[in-house]
Design a protein around this ligand. Structure first.
Ligand code: ADE
Length: 425
């Protein structure tokens, strides 16, 4: 057997973790049939031959299947972490050792290392950037304007990144095409809702081992992620309160049967708080003041800015690690607040992120969005593009088939009816 040459260009925790990573990647891949089919087609067609690609994602077993698809498709791909706490070190090791994919990601890396890895990724002079939160694209625009000429385009995974891209477009600095993977139907309906819903509670349970039945869970934000968290918390018997700033979403939450109130009020009632708003300091000093003794706070939004931990830290007389990913802050009034996962994405910090079955569709969108950018190189004006409906539908059809579900098709009569305006009452 000819040994695969390993590029000694990587920054990971421990290469000897590779066999464990391989086993876990293969386990996750059982639930990713759509991406598997894309891998097989890419291996034949090599759509990324000659393309330098940077993927900035949570380095998980699911991301591994995406990275393998890109590599099989001929990409010269480099992978970095999109969050300092979300890397699965065994996965990083396996991608380097078994697939010759350079990975720069270590679970628990400090902010300086995280930013150094972003720079290393940009040294690769990417033609395509897959971003999750838009840190690589923002750094490219701020610090490496001269490299934009190399770029065919970018794809963005998450709501926070799309909000940042829209701000770049408004400021006239987004001078290349960006594919909005987040808003594909086969992405946010499933990943944001069922993925965040399940994995957030998984993270809370793994970090604390508490019973959720009978607890008051406060969910800040009722977007797709908040809907998922609220729905699953209710399913486990929690009494759920939703806080919102958007009146339409607040009505939705109320009509979905949740109590809706401002955070100032919810703060006095909650046992567990989960932020999923994408905004800053949703839980802050005035809220910590009135919380119950032992209240737990965590975040499942992209950045660790939703809970004002600085103000909590400044107030605390003691901060103690009481379990993995669980820190108890003691306040001068004698009460304590428990912070999970350092205020970073709890589903990836304390658990393993969204389950593979939903990431299958999210990453099928990523893979096809990259192929779309290559196929349309030079044709797309700067801007933010939705995933074409045909691709979204193709992913849905493949997923449905893999799930063993068949559905009806329109009869000729129905087809004619819905395409006509002449027939009324
Ligand atoms: N984002 C949320 N969950 C994820 C996962 N399992 N893999 C990659 N990115 C994710």
């Amino acid at each position: 057997m000819v040994a695969t040459p390993i590029r000694q260009k990587y920054d990971i925790k421990d290469i000897s973790l590779a066999p464990k990573g391989k086993q876990r990647i293969e386990w996750a891949a059982r639930e990713m049939p759509v991406l598997k089919q894309i891998q097989e087609r890419f291996a034949q067609e090599k759509p990324f031959a000659g393309i330098r690609l940077v993927a900035c994602c949570h380095v998980t077993t699911e991301t591994a299947s995406l990275a393998i698809a890109l590599k099989l498709g001929g990409a010269d791909a480099v992978l970095i972490a999109s969050n300092p706490l979300s890397t699965q070190d065994d996965v990083a090791a396996c991608l380097v050792a078994d697939y010759d994919i350079p990975v720069y990601a270590i679970k628990g890396e400090d902010n300086e290392t995280y930013h150094r890895h972003v720079q290393t990724a940009l040294d690769h002079k990417p033609n395509i950037i897959i971003d999750d939160g838009s840190d690589v694209v923002a750094t490219l625009i701020k610090e490496r304007q001269h490299q934009i000429a190399d770029l065919i385009g970018t794809t963005e995974e998450t709501t926070t990144g799309i909000v940042r891209l829209a701000a770049m477009l408004k400021d006239g600095v987004l001078t290349f095409p960006a594919m909005n993977v987040n808003d594909a139907d086969t992405k946010h309906f499933f990943d944001n809702r069922y993925g965040t819903g399940q994995s957030t509670l998984d993270g809370i349970i793994r970090a604390t081992n508490i019973l959720l039945a009978g607890k008051v869970v406060v969910v800040a934000g009722y977007g797709w992620c908040g809907k998922g968290v609220a729905m699953r918390a209710r399913g486990l018997g929690s009494n759920v309160i939703v806080t919102e700033i958007n009146p339409v979403r607040a009505i939705e939450a109320a009509m979905d049967g949740f109590r809706v109130m401002p955070m100032a009020e919810a703060a006095t009632q909650g046992d567990i708080f989960v932020t999923v708003t994408g905004n800053k300091h949703v839980i802050r000093a005035e809220h910590f003041e009135v919380m119950k003794d032992g209240a737990m706070v965590c975040n499942s939004g992209h950045f660790d800015i939703e809970i004002d931990l600085k103000s909590l830290g400044a107030k605390a007389s003691e901060v103690k690690e009481v379990r993995n990913f669980t820190q108890k802050y003691t306040l001068p009034n004698g009460k304590s607040i428990v912070v999970l996962g350092e205020g970073r994405l709890i589903n990836l910090a304390a658990a393993e992120g969204h389950p593979s079955a939903v990431m299958d569709m999210s990453f099928a969108n990523q893979a096809l969005a990259c192929e779309y950018l290559v196929k349309n190189k030079g044709q797309l004006k700067p801007g933010i593009y939705n995933i074409p409906t045909e691709l979204d539908q193709e992913i849905a059809a493949l997923k449905l088939k893999a799930m063993g579900i068949s559905i009806d098709t329109l009869t000729d009569e129905q087809n004619e009816y819905i395409n006509s305006w002449t027939v009324g009452t």
